[in-house]
Design a protein around this ligand. Structure first.
Ligand SMILES: NC(=O)c1ccc[n+]([C@@H]2O[C@H](COP(=O)([O-])OP(=O)(O)OC[C@H]3O[C@@H](n4cnc5c(N)ncnc54)[C@H](O)[C@@H]3O)[C@@H](O)[C@H]2O)c1
Length: 443
């Protein structure tokens, strides 16, 4: 059996996973040879202890979000790029609920696509306008932005980091130049939006040099996705500074919740697909090289609150905000909580599945060759600037996880629901990007 790579000398394992723990884990593990080597092991045995509360955990959770009037968006016209996706779809749902007239612009607006917009239970599809278009093509944007909109939210992106390294040009054209296309069309429009809110990411900060990143921290994001988003982030600020557009940049940590259909790569939806997609649950996979990763997690409804808050304030124009979370945790802890949550849920529903989830635990696996992915070890956002506006996450990680697990359970297990069949939601972007380039050349 080939064991994991030596730990780089300058990157000590977190105390939860000291060398003894890992060595014991590997030597005792039930080992199965498959695609290189990996270790199949119950997570409860690998030495994870409950995580210490972070300064932000719990104390910020609020029952009420005082900052935005529900009436503000009623009757307003809202343009959401990438609104068929996870975050854009949740923003669309909230705004439709608040009485806004929502137009979703997305590369894939097909009815067959897994999306909150297409979920019959949400009854959203007939209550908004859908426009198929490509953010990389200014002509597509011009055609729809002839009409005025009060609020613009920009979520469209090549959003899967692992695939961005295979398609750097498409990633840059979408995540960097797509922002420029949108802002140029808005700059030349005969009308002016009240705000233009751009979804950036904590990945723009790159590897942490301090305990947490503030909005003033150096921007060191260097992976393909990270750098392309960073360029978009800079362009969004430049269009405020130079042309006076009312842009606001939101640097999000990891968002989780129902209806994230990027099931092939993202930690939580991927784990829940493995637990619920098949007749028998599969153990979620924890990559060996992620044992030492720490991330912030925010529940999607809280992220939506943050977007609506900054969109409602003219004083936010030209500013950058970290959308920080109530939870900062190591990746193995997140998976352990998820498995525990799913097992607990099955207790009252399906004792056989409950037993299987408990028995499976988590599979620790070697990841062989994800070339070009610049994996950041620790990410932690300082959210005090947004908190000063009155924002605080309302959903505890445990509550958010329970809602998320319940959603995926029903998504995959309810008899009338079609499971995600595509490997992930970036399929429509093309395997080698060649079609996309042809299309761009014609534009
Ligand atoms: N989900 C997270 O945890 C997270 C964290 C940090 C930042 N973000 C950012 O938030 C935004 C939304 O993320 P998400 O999780 O909803 O991703 P997602 O993949 O679910 O949604 C992205 C949407 O953009 C659409 N799209 C892709 N290329 C397009 C193009 N060329 N033209 C038009 N539409 C296109 C996709 O079809 C999809 O509906 C992205 O900009 C992402 O970088 C997300």
């Amino acid at each position: 059996m080939q064991l994991g790579p030596p730990n780089p000398p300058d990157r000590a394992l977190h105390p939860l996973f000291n060398a003894m723990t890992i060595a014991a884990m590997l030597s005792e593990a039930r080992t199965v040879e498959r695609r290189g080597c990996f270790v199949d092991r119950r997570i409860s045995d690998i030495g994870i202890r409950p995580m210490a509360p972070t300064p932000e955990a719990g104390e910020d959770l609020q029952d009420e979000q005082p900052a935005v009037s529900d009436r503000l968006f009623a009757g307003s016209r809202v343009f959401i790029t990438g609104g068929m996706g996870f975050l854009g779809g949740h923003v669309a749902k909230r705004l439709v609920g608040l009485g806004a007239e929502v137009t979703v612009f997305d590369l894939d607006v097909s009815r067959a696509r897994p999306s909150i917009v297409n979920d019959p239970a949400e009854a959203l599809h007939s209550r908004l306008s859908l426009v198929q278009g490509d953010i990389r093509l200014a002509a597509d944007l011009r055609a729809v932005l002839v009409d005025p909109f009060d609020y613009v939210f920009h979520f469209a992106a090549y959003s899967v980091i692992e695939r961005s390294t295979q398609h750097p040009v498409d990633t840059i054209q979408t995540n960097a130049l797509g922002v420029v296309n949108l802002l140029e069309v808005l700059r030349h429009a005969a009308w002016r939006a009240k705000s233009i809110t751009f979804a950036s990411t904590d990945k723009v900060y790159g590897e942490m040099g301090t305990s947490s990143y503030s909005e003033e921290s150096p921007l060191r994001g260097i992976g393909v996705y990270d750098a392309a988003k960073l360029a978009g982030d800079v362009f969004a600020r430049m269009y405020n500074e130079v042309f006076g557009l009312p842009t606001v940049v939101m640097r999000l940590c990891n968002v989780f919740g129902p209806h994230d259909h990027n099931v092939a790569f993202r930690l939580i939806p991927k784990a829940l697909a493995r637990i619920y997609q098949g007749d028998d649950p599969e153990p979620p996979v924890l990559y060996y090289d992620s044992l030492n990763h720490w991330r912030d997690y925010i529940y999607v409804d809280d992220a939506v609150d943050a977007f609506l808050l900054v969109a409602s304030r003219t004083t936010c124009h030209g500013h950058v905000y970290n959308v920080a979370a109530a939870t900062h945790a190591p990746t193995p802890q997140i998976l352990k909580d998820l498995v525990d949550c799913a097992a607990a849920l099955e207790c009252s529903h399906d004792p056989k599945r409950h037993a299987a989830i408990e028995h499976n635990g988590i599979r620790v696996e070697m990841r062989i060759g994800v070339p070009g992915v610049v994996a950041i070890d620790r990410q932690h956002l300082d959210g005090s600037k947004l908190r000063a506006l009155g924002f605080a996450p309302k959903t505890s990680f445990a509550d958010g996880l329970t809602r998320t697990v319940a959603f995926y359970r029903s998504h995959y297990r309810a008899p009338d629901r079609a499971p995600d069949r595509s490997p992930d939601r970036t399929d429509h972007l093309g395997q080698d990007g060649s079609q996309d380039h042809e299309q761009l050349a014609k534009a």
